[in-house]
Structures are given as C-alpha cells and as structure tokens.
Ligand binder design. Structure first.
Ligand code: MC0
Length: 146
C-alpha cells in the first residue's frame, strides 16, 4: 500500500538560494541535507508534516552535482521546477513488483539508496502520464541518518 506523499522533488540551479527562498517566504527549515553521488544530487529535505502512517512529507530541493546527472539534464531542458513526486510505502519491493506487473516500467531491478537511508525506486514518467514517480521506504526512525 502507498500511504503518504513522501516528498515532492524540486530541481534548482542553486540549492542554498532556493533553501533561503523557502525559509524566508514560508518559514520552512532544512530537516536534513546530504549529497547522493549515485544520483548526482545535493539535496535538502524540508519537513512539512508528519503523516498518519508514522512517516512524514517533505519538499526535496535538488541541485545537480555533475553535468551528466539526470537532474542536470532535466534542468537544461526545462529550467527549475517540480521534477518528481514520491509515494511512501512500508514495502518498496512489493509495491514495485506489483506495479511492474501492471506494465509500468520500474527503472531499477533492486531499490537503491535514497534520502536519510531510505530505499527508493522510480517509475518511468512516460508510463505515468508525464510524472516521474518515485517509491520510498524510509529507514526505521532509530536508524535514520540526519
Ligand atoms: C525525463 N523526462 C521526464 C523527466 N525526466 N518527464 C517528466 N519528469 C521528469 N523528471 C522525459 C523527457 O522529457 C523525455 O521525454 C523522456 O522522459 C526521456 O528523458 P531523457 O531526458 O531523454 O532522459 P533518459 O531517458 O536518459 O532518462 C529519463 C529517466 C531518468 C526518467 C529514465 O531521468 C531517470 O532514471 N530518473 C530517475 C532517477 C532520478 O531522476 N534521480 C534524481 C533524483 P521526451 O518526450 O522528450 O522524449 S534523486 C532522488 O530523488 C533521491 C536522492 C531521493 O529521493 O532520495
């Protein structure tokens, strides 16, 4: 079961300036930040609210770390804006398998490492009405990396 909007990923050219915009305009603070070299992003997670499944919903601000990364490529083509939406689940493996069986392309054979030690996979945007869609299982709260 998919039980929450885990995050909305927003691509930006300058992470520090974008973080400052969200702080000054809305009062959202950075809950967590990290570099994910595999994905080619530097990111900041702004926590918006806790959710009834024990998780939370975030805005995820993403700046590319290298010109050949997927986010850099997307920024070149589209400019800044909403890059993907992520649904949270307790079982990313099971959800990915079930969705693959429905004919949607799941981009990874096995989930990879996402924010704060989560396990993630992506669904192809062309199979999801133009929306790059991510599935996320958070790390257990006690082992989450902050
Ligand atoms: C590409 N397309 C998108 C899109 N990215 N459509 C909607 N939203 C996006 N974000 C469209 C393009 O416009 C193009 O359509 C078609 O998909 C093929 O794209 P491409 O630019 O030619 O590039 P590909 O095919 O090499 O790669 C697209 C693909 C890739 C979705 C497979 O971006 C990918 O693997 N994404 C998943 C990983 C990712 O995005 N990581 C960054 C976030 P046309 O009509 O022009 O053919 S990392 C993250 O979020 C982690 C850290 C986390 O949450 O914890």
């Amino acid at each position: 079961m998919l039980t929450r909007i885990d995050h909305i990923g927003i691509a930006c050219f300058d992470l520090d300036k974008t973080v400052e915009f969200y702080r000054a305009t809305y009062g959202f603070e950075v809950f967590h930040s990290e570099v994910n070299e595999e994905q080619g992003v530097r990111e900041a997670m702004l926590k918006i609210n806790d959710t009834s499944d024990g998780g939370a919903s975030y805005l995820q601000l993403l700046e590319p770390t290298r010109p050949d990364s997927t986010v850099a490529k997307w920024l070149d083509k589209n400019g800044e804006g909403v890059h993907h939406i992520a649904f949270g689940t307790a079982d990313v493996d099971g959800e990915a398998a079930g969705i693959r069986d429905k004919g949607v392309r799941v981009l990874y054979e096995e989930p990879r490492r996402g924010s704060m030690g989560s396990r993630i996979t992506f669904l192809h945007p062309k199979d999801c009405h133009g929306v790059l869609t991510e599935l996320v299982t958070s790390a257990p709260v006690e082992s989450q990396e902050h």
